[in-house]
Design a protein around this ligand. Structure first.
Ligand code: ASP
Length: 452
């Protein structure tokens, strides 16, 4: 059995719906379908999820939301009309959307989550209606019914282990197609909570694990995952196969085709993932598989640069002799709920690399002042413009000279490399550069490894 998930751009309008349905019905193994909310139809369009966020904000601010609701209804109506769905079939969906402001929520965050979740809820419901109308035995299944239980904050939920027990007891027959909305689950108290943005991928992976799928097919709008960002490197090579952990390391620094949190259930359930293009389902796409038995085709699988990093640099003479030094710095960070990414160190100095998105200018001052007072380093510096380039490949294991092949083209391009870090997994090397050099570094490394 296969779980098939369609992204928002693959379900943006009637024509795309029809393509998705062709894909679903072309293979009898495709039994579990996960939908996103309708995405953009063109570059100026607005995703339904973003319209729902606007709707929620207008409700919270006591503003007029009629126009927003109409815009959302129009999106679903256009899809329904494409398939001549009778209006009385669509009406319950429209009513539900309009009733949302009268629901009771524990707080504003839960309201936001419930509104957002309706992009996928209504789309899955509509998909089931269209499939039934076309003569297929299709069932719309909500996370409540299936048992997708979540905890955590309402707009950044995580799945609970109980979900898998409940999914084990979820029964369905061999002839039916099950249509699930992606992106959300139900809290233990019975409220809707969504995963982080792009989280329908996570629902697909949970169902793939929980319902014991043989394959998780993730249909999106690109032919494959590429060895480098096509906006940085011209016509990069497609990756035909890679391991879960290669994907994890690449998505860390910016490969965003597949949600990184969605890897976890797939790994736990040992379900391979196939990222494919809805427009070209005949193309093989990218297969993401367990590392056991994997035979890498190339030395490097992908190279990517993330530009959202900053660092605290500290120098203190005889730092290596001082017990608890690092602990005290990390305590300061923990006090302000800030996590660190990497911590390369020397004998008398240490660099703590942070994700800039979690820290504002004011917080930078607070932290640096506290470090100065409590640690009293000889030198303390805040470096605001770090980029991290990840060079990833199972083929790098047991291979000598790779670091040379990475650094040589960088030297030729005159790119400064203040930090190098080889992960313990030995399938990745992290190169810290300045932001201005990041794209050049990716291009130089890419061309060295993928010359032909
Ligand atoms: N519709 C949600 C979003 O735009 C989730 C998803 O598409 O996966 O983030």
């Amino acid at each position: 059995m296969k779980v098939v998930k369609f992204g928002g751009s693959s379900l943006a309008d009637g024509q795309h719906f029809a393509q998705a349905i062709n894909i679903i019905t072309a293979d009898p193994q495709r039994r579990v379908i996960v939908t996103s909310a309708p995405g953009k139809r063109n570059s100026d369009d607005i995703k339904v999820t973003d319209l729902l966020i606007r709707y929620a904000k207008q409700v919270l601010a006591n503003e007029d939301y009629q126009e927003t609701v109409d815009q959302i209804i129009d999106r679903y109506t256009a899809i329904a009309n494409y398939f001549d769905v009778p209006s009385e079939k669509l009406q319950p969906l429209v009513d539900r959307l309009k009733e949302l402001p009268s629901w009771r929520f524990p707080n504003d965050s839960y309201l936001m989550a419930a509104f957002k979740a309706h992009g996928e809820h209504l789309n899955a419901n509509l998909m089931a209606i269209v499939l039934q109308q076309l003569g297929y035995e299709a069932r719309f299944v909500t996370p409540e019914e299936a048992g997708i239980r979540v905890t955590g904050t309402p707009n950044n939920a995580t799945v609970t282990p109980e979900t898998y027990t409940l999914l084990d007891h979820f029964s369905f027959n061999d002839s039916e197609l099950l249509v699930f909305p992606g992106f959300y689950g139900i809290t233990l108290a019975g409220h809707i909570a969504t995963f982080s943005r792009g989280g329908s991928d996570i629902t697909g992976a949970i169902l793939a694990r929980g319902l014991h799928a043989d394959l998780y097919e993730n249909f999106t709008d690109v032919d494959a995952i590429y060895a480098a960002n096509p906006q940085v490197v011209d016509h990069p090579q497609a990756i035909s196969k890679m391991t879960y952990r290669e994907m994890r390391e690449l998505s860390y620094a910016g490969f965003s085709v597949f949600h990184d949190e969605a890897l976890i259930p797939a790994i736990q359930g040992n379900v391979p993932i196939n990222v494919k293009n809805t427009q070209h389902p005949e193309k093989p796409g990218t297969l993401i598989v367990p590392d056991k038995g994997f035979q890498p085709a190339d030395i490097v699988t992908g190279v990517v640069s993330g530009k959202h990093f900053a660092a605290i640099y500290l120098h203190k003479y005889l730092l290596n002799k001082e017990a608890g030094f690092t602990l005290r710095i990390l305590n300061i960070l923990a006090r302000h709920d800030i996590s660190y990414e990497h911590m390369p160190s020397g004998i008398d100095d240490i660099t703590i690399i942070l994700d800039k998105n979690q820290i504002d200018d004011e917080m930078v001052d607070v932290i640096c002042n506290e470090i100065q007072e409590e640690i009293n380093p000889d030198q303390l510096e805040w470096i605001d413009n770090y980029a991290i380039t990840m060079v990833v490949g199972e083929g790098m294991r047991n291979r000598t000279g790779v670091i040379n092949d990475i650094l040589e083209p960088l030297t030729e391009e005159n790119i400064a490399v203040p930090i190098i870090n080889q992960g313990a997994s030995r399938i990745s090397i992290m190169i810290g550069t300045y932001v201005k050099d990041a794209d050049k570094a990716v291009q130089a490394i890419y061309h060295r490894f993928f010359a032909n």
